[in-house]
Ligand binder design. Structure first.
Ligand code: SF4
Ligand code: SF4
Length: 159
């Protein structure tokens, strides 16, 4: 397995210049709460070619996508982008991953949205849907079959 996109991402951001300063874990809300999750260590392991270990451990699925690591890094390295590539590779190589990813993919492919619009609760505790808020109905793909086919082709091309 070449894991070309992962390698390109690491190389584009010069992750090897990470001096392990520790600014990313000190900003990361997940590191503070979940033992074993550390963006600094993720960069170190990927730079050493140990991504297998990360994909097997499942630790990559706990990142909340807050982007603080990317904002804080003095070397302009983005642990977040590396985590996204690790997730992509993990799914494509069949590693265990949260079921919600498959459900979201299925929903987008079949309906065009991750989730159907839900009513929201107002400060006065009423529930209001889009119409009650004066919003038009949420748009759907004009031709669902064509849309679904395009998504499948896109997925095959990027797998
Ligand atoms: S994007 Fe993920 S790794 Fe980066 S600081 Fe936020 S939770 Fe941590
Ligand atoms: S903030 Fe940047 S340089 Fe510092 S440990 Fe994290 S990735 Fe490495």
């Amino acid at each position: 397995m070449t894991r070309q996109r992962l390698r390109e991402t690491v190389s584009r951001m010069n992750a090897e210049v990470c001096d392990q300063c520790g600014k990313c874990p000190s900003a990361c809300p997940v590191t503070a709460r979940i033992e074993g999750f550390n963006p600094r260590q993720i960069i170190a392991k990927v730079s050493l070619g140990k991504e297998e270990e990360l994909m097997k451990s499942g630790v990559i699925w706990t990142c909340t996508s807050c982007l603080k690591c990317r904002e804080r890094c003095p070397e302009e390295i983005s642990p977040y982008d590396v985590i996204l590539e690790l997730r992509r590779e993990a799914i494509s190589e069949g590693y265990e991953h949260p079921a919600s990813y498959d459900e979201a993919e299925k929903a987008v492919t079949e309906t065009g949205v991750v989730q159907q619009p839900q009513p929201v609760r107002t400060r006065s505790r009423d529930r209001k849907d889009r119409a009650a808020l004066g919003l038009p109905p949420a748009q759907k793909p004009k031709d669902q079959a064509k849309y679904t086919q395009a998504i499948k082709e896109l997925k095959e091309a990027t797998d």
